[in-house]
Design a binder for this molecule. Structure first.
Ligand code: FES
Length: 83
């Protein structure tokens, strides 16, 4: 199970995570990945200036864009499959 925690604090949200949230939800739904990806929102992570921030499997990724988040999630999925 891949844990995706997206910062929903106002800074990250307005700088891209609102769009990223839509992208992730669509990605999960289109590929029926509900049983492989757990998506949760987080309050401000305290590093707004580095945002938009997202945590995947406890790893913080900063300065993200919707496109790069999908690439990151694909990477984690592939890594999980290789295990
Ligand atoms: S709003 Fe995301 S770190 Fe503050």
């Amino acid at each position: 199970m891949i844990d995706v925690e997206i910062c929903m604090g106002s800074s990250c949200y307005s700088r891209g995570n609102s769009k990223s949230l839509e992208f992730i939800e669509t990605f999960i739904k289109d590929r029926n990945l509900e049983d492989r990806i757990r998506l949760n929102g987080k309050l401000c992570l305290g590093s707004c200036s580095d945002g938009p921030n997202i945590i995947i499997n406890k790893n913080l990724h900063s300065g993200t864009s919707p496109e790069c988040i999908i690439d990151l999630i694909k990477h984690y999925l592939t890594a999980e499959e290789a295990r």
